[in-house]
Design a protein around this ligand. Structure first.
Ligand SMILES: NC(=O)c1ccc[n+]([C@@H]2O[C@H](COP(=O)([O-])OP(=O)(O)OC[C@H]3O[C@@H](n4cnc5c(N)ncnc54)[C@H](OP(=O)(O)O)[C@@H]3O)[C@@H](O)[C@H]2O)c1
Length: 297
């Protein structure tokens, strides 16, 4: 069985691809650049899905926290096009396929839900319109719609991804050195929710959505244990046997990243993976302590 992963060259995609290959799947990646086992988006549009493709996964998206990109209209467009246009391309080729895949698993983000110190969100909670990132998530989800002529039997899941913690990418790659030098600390008040998930579990949730014929609809891609930024700071520093007493003030985050990106870190959502758990997914790292011990080892 082969799986096509759009945007599969990134942090989540590399780990998902490695895992799928280890359990016997053929994996084809879609990227802006061709390579071994990689086709381009242009090639995919021209030639359609490769034969025997039984699952399609969408992961493409310009990195929101890219430190080389300043926030502004052109970066907003890049964030938008890299998610929505690629997802539309996947939906189009699936819709046109003579032998369509069994399942389409696409990506969204917990930024769909409005940050709130108290409210708890499940997959059924409303969202998708309070700010730019929420609308981006809603449009990203809407872009998965197949055309009316498509075969109706294609199963579809959307994973609303939280902050993915793994050694080879994302947030941990950026904070590992400061924390291991004892220069870590909470960000802002530290009281904001931190909707985290270990990389092994986000990979596990995508695999669960690909392989379990009963799974469909939205799955929150977060761990079941709720944590704040302060909880994460303490747990990660403890796992590294280092102090973490140097808080980063909110205004410095805003100066460095701009308001929209800083607010992703300074405000957070309390997200529960209700549908993920109800659909039978079993977490490898359900609690922050065990996840941080693995990340520090
Ligand atoms: N990691 C997290 O904590 C997190 C949290 C929430 C949501 N997400 C979402 O989950 C998805 C995968 O995350 P990740 O951490 O694996 O991201 P990543 O490492 O930044 O990789 C994303 C992929 O998107 C592709 N891409 C980047 N800019 C693009 C553009 N302008 N046009 C087309 N493709 C582009 C890249 O493929 P090529 O360079 O090969 O073309 C890359 O492989 C992303 O959409 C991200 O927004 C991630």
């Amino acid at each position: 069985m082969s799986v096509l992963i759009g945007g599969g060259t990134g942090f989540i995609g590399r780990n998902l691809s490695k895992h799928l290959k280890s359990i016997g799947y053929d994996v084809i990646l879609v990227s802006r650049r061709p390579g071994p086992g990689i086709i381009t988006w242009k090639n995919l549009k021209q030639n359609g899905l490769p034969p025997n493709c039984e699952a399609v996964v969408g992961l493409a998206g310009e990195n929101l926290m890219n430190p080389l990109k300043r926030w502004g209209p052109s970066f907003e467009k890049e964030l938008y096009d890299s998610r929505i246009k690629t997802t539309r391309t996947l939906a189009e080729v699936i819709s046109k396929a003579d032998n369509p895949p069994k399942v389409f698993v696409s990506t969204s983000a917990v930024g769909y839900y409005p940050p709130d110190p108290e409210k708890e969100y499940t997959e059924e909670s409303p969202g998708g319109n309070h700010d730019f990132l929420a609308r981006l998530a809603a449009d990203w989800e809407a872009a998965t719609k197949l055309s009316p002529g498509a075969k109706s039997a294609i199963r579809h899941s959307i994973v609303r991804v939280g902050v993915v913690l793994g050694r080879d990418g994302g947030m941990i790659q950026q904070c590992y050195i400061p924390f291991s030098l004892g220069l870590g600390g909470r960000i802002g008040s530290g009281k904001q929710w931190f909707p985290w998930i270990h990389i092994s579990d986000i990979v596990g949730i995508y695999k669960h959505a690909i392989t379990n014929p009963k799974v469909s609809g939205v799955l929150n891609g977060v761990a079941p244990e709720h944590a704040t930024n302060k909880d994460f700071t303490s747990a990660f520093a403890k796992a590294l046997h280092r102090p973490a007493v140097l808080p980063v003030p909110g205004f410095m985050m805003k100066l460095a990243l701009g308001d929209v990106r800083a607010n992703v870190i300074l405000e957070g959502q309390k997200v529960t993976p209700k549908q993920t758990l109800d659909s039978g997914y079993e977490y490898e790292f359900p609690d922050l302590q065990s996840a941080c011990i693995q990340l520090a080892s």
